[in-house]
Design a protein around this ligand. Structure first.
Ligand code: R5P
Length: 284
């Protein structure tokens, strides 16, 4: 199997190719003078290919579509989309809105991408829009990374309890949750409830950190409750705008994330998860 490194996931592509002993295709990327994206994917005719591309910015989606179309002569093609952007718009919240994740799924099918591997979709509601979707769970990876730390895991949101529980079970630590009310895309309100964190080292666990609003508000509440130290860990570190400053100003000391989105905090790799999945599918 050959690995086609997407523009948003070059490091993870490299890690996967090393792990599998597969070659990394020398994709040519450039921009036309007007900003349009150009890609060329050589030497994939008759090969099984794995395209690795997270959808973080709008252009990542376009690039993925172009890469897939450029692989038309491959014998078999599968996409690994570590971070599935637009998955939070998994229903029409207000009249006149699109069902974005369904548009993503349909557009990918239109270029031959019906078999897709991804990591922790924001909600299970999105699954039904895909024809053949393999969803990997990276929560235990967060737990494994924090295993030797004496701490308590906190979910900032009741809806994330099951995820946090899986991470806590792997880490062998206690867990608890708070309640969140979202006011708008940048503002949330956190009700701490009865969490007991006095004098404890706390890690806020979430699937996504986007604007950092959730972690910042949760961090403030935990410090007010007497937590000794507050850190955060997530799978997908989107870190939009001034998220890092926002969390740091709230007293959150560290951000730990996986490489579904590549940046300075992506210290945990999901490569083994995708390797196992490809083995189960018989590709390697
Ligand atoms: C929402 O339900 C998710 O689990 C995250 O809590 C959310 O996406 C975080 O967004 P932000 O960092 O913008 O508060």
């Amino acid at each position: 199997m050959k690995i086609v490194p997407g523009s948003s996931s070059p490091v993870l592509s490299y890690r996967i190719s090393k792990m599998l002993g597969s070659s990394l295709v020398q994709v040519e990327y450039r921009r036309f003078p007007d900003g349009e994206i150009y890609v060329r994917v050589p030497e994939v005719e008759g090969e099984d290919v794995l395209i690795v591309q997270s959808i973080i910015r709008p252009e990542d989606w376009v690039t993925l579509m172009l890469l897939a179309d450029a692989c038309e002569k491959a014998s078999d093609m599968i996409a690994f989309i570590p971070y599935m952007g637009y998955a939070r718009q998994d229903r029409r919240f207000r009249e006149g809105e699109p069902l974005s994740i369904s548009v993503v799924a349909r557009s990918l099918r239109s270029v031959g991408l019906s078999r897709i591997i991804t990591v922790n979709l924001h909600s299970s509601k999105s699954r039904k829009y895909f024809e053949e979707l393999y969803e990997l769970d990276a929560m235990p990876l967060l737990g494994r990374y924090l295993r030797s730390h004496e701490c308590v895991f906190i979910s900032p949101d009741k809806g994330s309890v099951e995820r946090v529980k899986r991470a806590a079970e792997t880490a062998g630590v206690e867990w608890d949750f708070m309640e969140k009310r979202r006011i708008d895309s940048e503002t949330v309100e956190i009700s701490p409830g009865n969490v007991d964190v006095s004098g404890k080292d706390v890690v806020i666990i979430d699937d996504i950190i986007s604007t950092g609003g959730t972690v910042a508000e949760a961090g403030k509440a935990l410090l007010e409750l007497g937590a000794k130290r507050v850190r955060s860990a997530c799978i997908h570190a989107v870190l939009a705008g001034n998220a890092i400053v926002r969390m740091s100003s709230a007293g959150v000391e560290d951000i730990i994330a996986t490489d579904t989105i590549e940046n300075a905090v992506s210290v945990i790799s999901v490569k083994d998860l995708v390797g196992e999945s490809l083995k189960e599918m018989g590709y390697v």
